[in-house]
Design a protein around this ligand. Structure first.
Ligand code: ADP
Ligand code: MG
Length: 583
């Protein structure tokens, strides 16, 4: 009975006025949020022509009685807050009481609703802000709102609508955000009579996200942590999956704060930082996270559409998110596995033979060419159980086979490892540099004579701008700018050439890089320049040392640029490849 009241003026004023409805996607967002607030378990979303012709949202939530159905279209008609104090405690998605009023003023709207267990429903017709009809209706579960011809009476607004396809894309984005935020709710979605999604209820966040992102659920790593006032639940995409086409560019980033989809730069940055060098430069992590914070330490009312939030202590949020994601990453096995094991081999075979590459330098031909000159250094392979034991027993040798003077093949912990010697060595060196960094000053070796750098004014300026980072990494210069010290990591390499190549390869305009990112780049480049190359000869001892060192590192899975450093092939993968088991 009668749950809706008009907000007192003082509350209304405190809530910053803003345009709630600027395009079809905003209507969809408001209506889905209302359905979720009404405790719906099933929501169907019917869209026609990018929402310009029709938007219909049907839910099986609590519904409204006749009096509420009438008041729902009033400005500031809301059942969700009564005083300004409630603003801080609000657990629901909507609370301005503005959405239906605005939508009703911009379109032809039909509302059919039945309060739970009532024997009679209500139908309301609102046309461009005028209530045309309110009458009884057969009792149908929940609420259905149909919005037709949005902005048809508002040519100025209509002018700003984009193509159907663009409006649909924006709607889809809204729907996806809510589907991920509420995996417990079933969603049925159609556009122009085509079924786009049919999501069952009561899914886990990872099952739902796996369907939406089109990935194997195994590529999603669970994040679950709690400290006083904060909790973070959800998932992040494994680094091995970021290269798939659907994650190109900015990746897929989904954040809800207290169940409410928002975007937030602090959280995005802390997730990126947690990945550190596990991701290649220019790649962004994909994540679907729900941050639960005590309502007293987040301001949800800074944005008219409530798309952003402000944290009272954003440093605290940053640290918490970064630690939680780091933990999730370090707990997981992030090994790369061969793609081919995931898809039927027949396909890739067909594709290859139907389009023979006309290029001489195609990777396949290059590798055939290289392998002809490469030497096989085979060491008698120990029994399979041996490799999994050496870790515990510290046994002296691992059987290593070198392929193409680049790939080290060994068994480790029950799987077959294929290690890229360059990427692996880069990771090992990078780890070493990073450790030394944490111990304040990097160990360096002083040169017998200062070496004059002879830099162009531009290069000199570039060096001066980042002098601090270079010095921290173990480089030293005298008053004349000549090189006096170099970090130990460069080993026997010619210091002058090493430094010049380093300086040149980090010289590009990346104003977006902050001090830390930049230092990371120098470190990664140093590791790259100092590491053994593909094709370099490694003695059997060095091969073993490399594998052993690599496998002892927490970040062993990638090189500092985010390329895989090794690939594991499990018995299961082999069984699939050889079609011994179902695939
Ligand atoms: P708000 O969500 O900010 O309260 P709205 O204009 O979106 O404002 O909705 C006004 C009121 O109408 C809500 O407070 C709610 O009581 C009611 N209402 C809207 N949609 C639904 C729905 N799908 N099911 C039940 N009640 C609804
Ligand atoms: Mg609402």
């Amino acid at each position: 009975m009668g749950k809706i009241q008009q907000l007192p003026e003082d509350v209304a004023v405190k809530i910053a006025a803003g345009e709630v409805v600027e395009r079809p996607a905003s209507v969809v967002k408001e209506l889905i949020e209302n359905a979720i607030d009404a405790d719906a378990h099933h929501i169907s979303v019917i869209i026609v022509d990018g929402g310009k012709t029709k938007i219909e949202i049907k839910d099986d939530g609590g519904g409204m009685d006749r009096a509420d159905a009438e008041k729902a279209f009033l400005r500031h008609g809301t059942s969700k807050i009564q005083s300004i104090d409630d603003l801080w405690r609000i657990g629901t998605l909507g609370f301005r009481g503005e959405a239906l009023a605005t939508i009703g003023a911009s379109a032809s709207v039909r509302l059919v609703t039945t309060e739970r267990n009532a024997s009679e429903g209500t139908e309301v017709l609102v046309e461009q802000g005028v209530m045309k009809t309110i009458r009884s209706h057969a009792p149908l579960v929940g609420t259905t709102i149909t919005v037709e011809y949005l902005f048809s009476g508002l040519p100025a607004r209509q002018k700003f609508l984009k193509s159907d396809a663009t409006e649909w894309k924006a709607i889809l984005d809204v729907i996806i955000r809510h589907m991920i935020a509420h995996p417990e709710v079933a969603f049925y979605v159609t556009h122009n009579d085509r079924t786009v999604y049919d999501m069952p209820p009561n899914q886990s966040m990872s099952d739902r996200t796996a369907i939406i992102w089109e990935v194997n659920a195994a590529s999603l790593l669970a994040v679950d942590s709690e400290i006083p006032h904060y909790a973070l639940h959800g998932l992040v995409l494994a680094p091995s999956a970021v290269h798939s086409r659907q994650f190109a560019g900015k990746g897929k980033q989904f954040l809800a704060v207290n169940g409410h989809p928002v975007s937030d730069k602090v959280v995005a940055k802390s997730v990126r930082d947690a990945y550190g060098s596990l991701l290649p430069p220019g790649f962004y992590p994909s994540f679907a996270l729900n941050l639960v914070v005590h309502p007293g330490i987040v301001d949800v009312n800074i944005h008219p559409r409530k798309d952003e939030v402000r944290f009272v202590n954003s440093q605290e949020v940053f640290r918490f998110v970064m630690q939680s994601v780091s933990q999730a990453l370090s707990k997981s096995n992030l090994s790369f596995t061969p793609e081919v094991a995931r898809s039927p081999i027949v396909n890739s075979g067909l594709r290859q033979s139907s389009s023979p590459s006309p290029f001489l330098s195609s990777p396949a031909q290059m590798s055939t060419f290289r392998s002809r000159q490469s030497s096989f250094v085979a060491i008698p392979t120990p029994p399979a159980s041996f490799a999994s034991e050496w870790r515990e027993t510290g046994a002296e040798t691992i059987g290593v086979l070198v392929y193409d003077s680049t790939y080290l093949i060994a068994t480790y912990d029950g799987s077959l490892l294929i290690v890229d010697q360059h990427a692996a060595h880069e990771r090992i060196l990078y780890h070493g540099i990073e450790e030394q960094q944490n111990a304040t000053q990097s160990p360096c070796q002083s040169l017998l004579l200062p070496l004059s750098l002879d830099l162009s004014p531009e290069m000199q300026a570039h060096l001066d701008a980042h002098m601090e980072s270079f010095v921290m990494l173990g480089f030293g210069f005298d008053e004349d700018g000549a090189l006096t010290n170099v970090p130990v990591v460069i080993g026997q390499k010619d210091p002058l050439t090493f430094f010049r190549t380093l300086l040149v390869s980090i010289d590009d305009d990346r104003p977006d890089l902050d001090h830390n990112d930049f230092k990371h780049r120098i470190m990664a480049t140093m590791a790259c320049k100092a590491a053994v190359k593909a094709g370099d000869y490694l003695s059997p001892d060095e091969q073993q040392q490399l594998i052993r060192d690599l496998m002892g590192l927490p970040d062993r899975y990638t090189c500092p640029h985010g390329r895989p450093s090794y690939i594991t092939v499990t018995t299961h993968d082999l069984e699939k490849l050889f079609k011994r088991s179902g695939f």
